[in-house]
Write a protein that binds this ligand. Structure first.
Ligand code: DC
Length: 224
């Protein structure tokens, strides 16, 4: 049987990660956080001393950097060349710098190839979340969703998530400025044809998860 692929894109604070993990757990499927991969290479770049202007050197570094990402939704984690960076990649410093690295096309090409390989290796099903999954990484996914929410709701969610680890200005930067920078290289503010938009502004997590699960079940029933 072929693998069921559920692709979920959306801006930061839209509830993408929590929703994707819960949906994967519901179906007993794998979960792939592509943002964690961009964060991990940003972490590696920050420690490398390579100037941002030297895009070729950054791409070369990314190509030779081994990433190990766990696709178990109950215990997601990521390691860079054997070092567990699951916590370090959530640091506000990484959040503030990640868009610089993720906007380099050669970096994207390398990570997209690795993401496609991880999807192809999945067993049963996989929920993949990011900014360009419905459009570039897996445009043929069985279910394609754009998860959106008003900016106010997204900033409030990120603030609750980060608590004392980030100032109000850092949270706003992480959500509003980062989305603006990210949307220069990926199209996640408007749904492509065939992509279902789910607005989570006024809904809690179980409600959103329920809507995604229902959509997946409906699609699978239609495919059979
Ligand atoms: O989802 P996140 O906030 O952890 O993503 C971190 C960064 O990675 C985000 O600022 C943009 C980038 N990203 C991307 O360009 N394409 C993806 N598929 C996922 C993330």
């Amino acid at each position: 049987m072929s693998v069921v692929v559920v692709a979920i894109d959306g801006p930061s604070g839209s509830g993408k990660s929590s929703t994707s993990r819960a949906v994967a757990e519901h179906f007993g499927w794998a979960y792939l956080d592509t943002g964690a991969m961009y964060r991990a290479v940003a972490w590696a770049w920050l420690g490398s001393g390579i100037p941002l202007e030297d895009a070729d050197a950054i791409v070369a570094m990314v190509r030779r950097t081994p990433l190990r990402i766990t696709t178990d939704p109950a215990a997601p984690g990521i390691a860079v060349d054997g070092t567990d960076v699951s916590t370090a990649i959530r640091d506000p410093r990484v959040s503030a710098e990640v868009s610089k690295v993720s906007s380099i096309q050669g970096v994207r090409d390398e990570l997209i190839a690795r993401q496609r390989a991880l999807i192809a290796a999945a067993d049963g099903g996989i929920v993949v979340e990011g900014r360009d999954i419905t459009t570039v990484v897996a445009p043929d996914a069985d279910v394609r969703i754009l998860l959106v929410a008003d900016p106010g709701a997204r900033v409030a969610r990120r603030a609750a998530e980060l608590g004392a680890r980030a100032t109000g200005a850092e949270v706003t930067d992480q959500v509003i400025r980062r989305d603006r920078d990210d949307s220069r290289v990926t199209t996640f503010t408007e749904a492509a044809a065939g992509v279902t938009v789910i607005d989570s502004t006024y809904d809690d997590l179980p409600t959103v998860v329920g809507r995604v699960v229902a959509l997946v079940e409906q699609t699978l029933a239609e495919e059979h």
